[in-house]
Design a protein around this ligand. Structure first.
Ligand code: CU
Length: 164
């Protein structure tokens, strides 16, 4: 299997879509596109069944694109734990899926076949505190519990750093 990374050509496309008027500041209204890889094995760390990066800091209007780097995975929102009125998504296996997150909050998500193997992730959008504690109290099984402990520990640091 080739280890070459997919280049993020889509970012170029997104930037090109903006018709910028001088001084209009339009670029500030266009969200960033974040790419998350779905991996059976991370070639850098050797970790199995991971989203990379598993913790993402985003702002309202940003888009998250989940790319199928290795076969057998999907990404879907944990609809019991996302913020009120938050965006949901559900990709099929091997399908690239993307979501634009307009609603601030904490978004846990997972890979359906590998959730208990620990293939879970977390997206923090804007002021993500509205449902943060509730999401943190979510009941996670198997390896997912350990992974979420790690991810929320990192998220706690972000909260502290940003004074949220
Ligand atoms: Cu998976």
């Amino acid at each position: 299997m080739k280890m070459t990374r997919r280049q993020n050509l889509a970012l170029i496309g997104a930037a090109a879509a903006t018709t910028a008027l001088p001084g209009a500041g339009a670029a500030q209204e266009d969200g960033t596109v974040h790419v998350v890889e779905m991996l059976t094995r991370d070639p850098e760390t050797g970790e199995n069944q991971v989203f990379k990066p598993a913790l993402l800091r985003a702002q309202p209007g940003d888009t998250v694109r989940f790319v199928s780097e290795q076969p057998g995975h999907n990404s879907q929102s944990n609809d019991d734990l996302i913020p009120e009125g938050g965006e949901t998504w559900e990709g099929r296996i091997n399908q690239e899926v993307e979501v634009t997150l307009e609603t601030e909050g904490t978004y846990p998500y997972y890979c359906l076949p590998h959730q208990t193997a620990g293939m879970v992730g977390l997206i923090l959008v804007g002021d993500f505190t509205s449902n943060y504690e509730a999401a943190k109290e979510g009941r996670f099984r198997g390896r997912a519990r350990q992974r979420y402990e790690d991810l929320f520990a990192q998220a706690d640091e972000i909260r502290a750093e940003e004074g949220l």
